[in-house]
Design a binder for this molecule. Structure first.
Ligand code: SF4
Ligand code: SF4
Length: 433
């Protein structure tokens, strides 16, 4: 038993080490972003987080996937209670350490876990079919290359195997309880009882091996899953909470002004300008990830790659190159590249590449109509439009690189206060008669 405990401690320590390393990596890249002023009170933001991240409010626009996703989510939260017992058993060299303490309630809990394990298993099978056989278009668009598709499938398959391991462990355990009084009584477990006929004719030693194998497989699988998640789009399981908490509470479609420009315009118009903003003006808009706010960068790691934003985007629907999901994926890819250089002691940002041009092209950002449909569609309140606007501000204000028609519109706005080339005095001539 002591050898098993030592092996378990080594595996647990390795998982904790790898997760911590990755958390530091992600935190360092998110910290590259600029500070942000938040709208709304803490209470409003907390309510938003509870409704959207915990309550999955925005998922329920499509009821069947929403219910199945809810099963996976609740399964993830509740089955983790069982993982707690696995960890304590592993460290203490015990077997079902909570059972004697909880008595009959342990049996109820195990049956709830099994119900959730079966629900998660069926939901994962449904999602695999939907992705790979029904080929829902948003999972097959251009930015969903080999890795993003494999990432989603890997997690679904892993969940199916892990849930099967729990049911196998419980089935063999139930038979062992009748043969060896070292095995703590769990009471009858509804779903795994259906698997008992598969195992009941096996020798006791074979059953012990199967039960132990399923136990080790499940706990190592869970720890490996926990490490893998930090590299995957499934990071949203955790990051959806801060992302929704810090989400914009401004009215929908509201675009933030640039304080320096607002001040400049007010001064031109002879209006009260207030105090000059502190610090240097810096760059107008965003060329690279460090010009975005840290909440934009956090959102990039929280994106589930579900594609709801892209399938609602009018630019994408009419064949333009723009995909708001790709905007978020590109931002995360850029952060990953910079983060790897930083982890080796380099600067990361001065590698001759930038988010604009090397990852996201002007053609993409110019196709955006600022309609806000992507923001409205996102189940975790991500705002790809904020990033697009900042990139466009850089192109317009630092490079004067907007399309020629836009530049003449900007000039008319500056001189005539309207997109057209009329003087302000002539604008209402049409209404005279
Ligand atoms: S705001 Fe831009 S990116 Fe978002 S849906 Fe509208 S056109 Fe597409
Ligand atoms: S931004 Fe939101 S809607 Fe778009 S792919 Fe990411 S999670 Fe889905």
């Amino acid at each position: 038993m002591i050898v098993q405990q030592l092996v378990f401690l080594v595996v647990l320590a390795a998982a904790v080490f790898l997760i911590r390393k990755r958390v530091v990596f992600i935190r360092n890249t998110i910290n590259l972003g600029k500070a942000k002023d938040f709208s709304g009170t803490k209470r409003e933001r907390l309510t938003n987080m509870l409704l959207v991240a915990f309550g999955q409010k925005k998922m329920f626009k499509k009821i069947i996937p929403a219910v199945l996703h809810l099963f996976i989510y609740i399964g993830f939260l509740v089955i983790n209670l069982e993982v707690l017992e696995f960890v304590i058993d592993g460290v203490a060299g015990a077997h079902r350490i909570f059972a004697p303490w909880l008595g009959g309630f342990y049996s109820v809990l195990m049956n709830v876990f099994e119900f959730l394990a079966v629900a998660v298993l069926l939901a994962c099978v449904f999602f695999l079919i939907r992705r790979n056989i029904l080929k829902v278009p948003r999972f097959w668009s251009a930015e969903m290359g080999q890795w993003p598709r494999m990432d989603a499938n890997l997690i679904l398959i892993t969940e199916i195997i892990l849930m099967t391991a729990i049911l196998t462990m419980n089935a063999s355990d139930q038979i062992l309880q009748t043969r060896d009084n070292h095995y703590v009584a769990t009471g009858s477990l509804f779903f795994s009882s259906y698997l008992i006929p598969l195992f009941e004719n096996l020798e006791t030693t074979t059953l012990v091996v199967i039960e132990r194998f399923a136990w080790w497989f499940h706990i190592i699988g869970i720890l490996a899953f926990a490490v893998y998640v930090t590299y995957s789009k499934h990071l949203h399981i955790f990051l959806a909470f801060p992302t929704t908490y810090f989400a914009n509470l401004e009215p929908k479609g509201h675009l933030s002004n640039m304080p320096v420009v607002t001040r400049e315009v007010k001064s031109m118009l002879g209006l009260e300008t207030g105090e000059a903003p502190a610090g240097e003006t810096g760059r107008f808009g965003a060329k690279d990830v460090n010009d975005l706010t840290w909440t934009n960068l956090l959102a990039a790691y929280s994106c589930t790659e579900c594609g709801r934003c892209t399938s609602e985007c009018p630019a994408n629907q009419t064949g333009k190159k723009l995909s708001p999901r790709k905007i978020m994926m590109d931002t995360r890819d850029r952060l990953e590249t910079i983060g790897k250089t930083m982890a080796r002691g380099g600067d990361g940002l001065n590698d001759g590449k930038t988010l604009l041009n090397d990852y996201i092209t002007k053609e993409e950002i110019n196709a955006c109509t600022s309609c806000n449909a992507c923001v409205e569609a996102c189940p975790v309140l991500i705002n790809p439009l904020e990033i697009i606007i900042e990139l466009r501000r850089y192109v317009a204000m630092e490079e004067s690189g907007s399309p020629a028609q836009w530049n003449s519109m900007f000039q008319n706005m500056e001189t005539s206060f309207a997109p057209w080339k009329f003087s302000a005095a002539d604008r209402f001539n049409w209404a005279k008669d």
